[in-house]
Design a binder for this molecule. Sequence first.
Ligand code: FES
Length: 109
Amino acid sequence: MSFVKVAEASDIPIGKMKSIKMKDKEILIADVNGKYYAIGNRCTHRGGDLSKGILENNVVTCPLHGAKFDVTTGKVVSGPKIGPINAKTKDGIIYEVKVEGNEIMIKVS
Ligand code: FES
């Protein structure tokens, strides 16, 4: 396992997020109050692109059916809503992040 540079810190302002592709992975990097977190970018429900959703503090909302994930833990905050049905989904994958200077790095296997 090693850390790989994936973005420049200056590319992701506080409260914003960005998706990156690395090998076969799509990863969402979010800046929550000046600290970076990384989770899988594809929603665990049906693969919605979380980078196209809304980030409020530490919670990202999937643009497809509204599932909410805590980007600091990957945990589901609330499941998808499809019409009157409240569905369930799995927690997201999280990645370890470190910052060196202006470089955001993610630990990959
Ligand atoms: S694909 Fe994300 S909530 Fe359904």
